[in-house]
Write a protein that binds this ligand. Structure first.
Ligand SMILES: [Zn+2]
Length: 509
């Protein structure tokens, strides 16, 4: 800038109404009452979240440009404008979006020590000799690092992943822990989920088949010891992986159903699983697919199996960014639209992609709309005049931000069997709530609530997070967690795992 233009700029600023604050860099407006409500989540404790833009995700409750949410104990009592809350503590939500916490229906939390270990990695070695072929997920994570985990590694990896997602506004997760080498490993995983203080579904999946592993029979002990009550933040589902072979998955599904647990399995065409799922879906393998099944990915599956899955009322979780990057196959988002099904969203693995809900939602939006937009363009002609065709009848509709928010909240809750207690802001449900800052530099001014969340926000906008009425993150800071200490423990675990597995740590690989 020349001296002359700098002088002109100073002259302008002198006369500008905003000059003072621009030059002083004044701190964010202080709030008069800036403490989290005491004993939040405890029986009888009331507070009101006042004056936010409320997006309930419940069509019967609706959305409000300005409204309040009254919480008592663990539960939402009321959602409407101008609630008279008596002397209840007020959380000032002006300038904030108030909505249900996000739900992730498939996350391998035990792999946190290997975060970004596979930024280019594929599922398996494809023989190309490329940097994506090796290291890869199957060889180096599932059959590599996973083998050397001790129970204490399981614990700190799970805990750190959970706190990280809680910080990002994910109040409910299905943790697909394939690390059950011993009952002690299983107990460490459950303990970490409970210590995280967020809603979680513990997915009891397999080990690497070593002696001492008790999958799937140990499900009975785990259920008795940890999950005798349904009235707790952490619940359980049964892993029933089809690639383990018919004998094992039949036992796992049978035990899961005996215990009244949902049965969850990956279904990945790129892993050669299509014939197995065909057999299961047709009912020719002795098992029946039902509404208690959740299938993950569903890439490359047959049309006939898709119809069976839909008709059986089973659910599907899509990990769209991971499926696109790691060669699972094209996420079947158009197939689901064709069948009138809706997915929930999942993060899958942080070896390769971030686990925040904004990455998942934008992945779904950009991927689905790319496919549909090109379908429409292909109905025209790159050369005018028919270069902008009207979509032909039967063309799939474009995914909207409202729909993708449903995928990321209420669908996830329903798919985990938790729809009666979370996923929407509905009086009587548990108070799993996030406050998102619309005054932030990357969001203001607020013109569209679902649009701001899906297309603009990231985890820095997640200001306050509440789980079952308890405030877990307050004004940008996670509560009740010594993150420096936990990070050091995770780093120590990482160092142990790399050393024991014999993998050299290379920060620029
Ligand atoms: Zn997975």
């Amino acid at each position: 800038m020349s001296n002359k233009s700098a002088a002109r700029r100073r002259d302008f600023l002198k006369t500008s109404a905003v000059a003072a604050s621009l030059l002083a860099g004044s701190p964010a407006a202080a709030r008069s009452d800036d403490q989290a409500p005491a004993d939040s989540g405890n029986p009888g404790r009331r507070y009101v979240i006042r004056g936010g833009a409320v997006m309930s995700m419940d069509p019967n409750v609706g959305d409000f440009e300005v409204a309040d949410v009254l919480v008592e104990g663990k539960k939402i009592v009321a959602v409407r404008p101008r609630i008279d809350a008596g002397g209840a503590k007020v959380i000032d939500a002006r300038g904030r979006i108030v909505m249900p916490g996000f739900v992730d229906t498939h996350h391998h939390q035990f792999e946190t020590a290997e975060r970004s270990f596979l930024p280019n990695g594929l599922l398996q070695n494809d023989g190309s000799g490329s940097p994506s072929a090796s290291p890869n997920y199957t060889e180096h994570v599932l059959r590599g690092f996973a083998k050397v985990y001790r129970p204490q590694d399981v614990y700190i990896n799970e805990l750190f992943a959970g706190l990280s997602q809680l910080d990002a506004g994910v109040t409910t997760v299905l943790d697909v822990s394939q690390i059950h080498h011993s009952p002690e490993h299983s107990d460490a995983a459950v303990q970490a989920l409970m210590d995280t203080g967020r809603r979680a579904t513990f997915g009891y999946f397999e080990s690497d088949g070593r002696e001492g592993a008790r999958y799937p029979e140990d499900a009975r002990r785990i259920r008795d010891q940890w999950f005798s009550s349904d009235d707790q933040l952490v619940t359980m589902v049964m892993g029933g992986e089809l690639h383990l072979g018919k004998e094992v998955y039949t036992r796992a599904w049978t035990i899961g159903r005996e215990l009244g647990l949902k049965v969850v399995a990956h279904a990945v065409g790129a892993f050669g699983m299509r014939p197995t799922l065909d057999e299961v879906a047709q009912g020719t393998g002795g098992l029946q697919v039902g509404p208690d099944n959740l299938f993950i990915h569903m890439t490359g599956m047959s049309d006939e199996t898709w119809k069976k899955i839909r008709d059986a009322g089973a659910q599907v979780s899509l990990a769209i960014p991971i499926e696109m990057v790691m060669r699972h196959g094209t996420p079947p988002i158009l197939k689901m639209r064709e069948l009138g099904m809706e997915p929930s969203l999942s993060s899958d693995v942080e070896t390769t992609m971030a686990a925040d809900p904004f990455t998942l939602m934008r992945g779904a939006m950009t991927m689905q709309r790319m496919l549909v937009n090109q379908l429409v363009l292909d109905q025209g002609d790159p050369v005018p005049p028919n270069h902008w065709p009207t979509p032909a009848e039967g063309t799939p509709s474009l995914l909207t931000v409202q729909e993708v928010l449903r995928y990321a909240t209420s669908n996830g809750a329903e798919h985990l069997g938790l729809g009666d207690r979370t996923g929407t802001l509905t009086p009587g449900k548990h108070a799993d709530i996030v406050l998102l800052d619309t005054t932030a530099l990357n969001v203001a001014p607020l013109n569209n609530v679902p649009g701001a969340v899906v297309s603009l926000m990231d985890r820095t906008n997640v200001e306050t997070v509440i789980v079952a009425g308890k405030v877990r993150k307050w004004r940008g800071r996670l509560l009740d967690a010594d993150l420096d200490r936990l990070r050091r423990e995770l780093e120590a675990s990482r160092d142990y795992l790399f050393k024991t597995y014999g993998m050299r740590k290379d920060l620029f690989a």
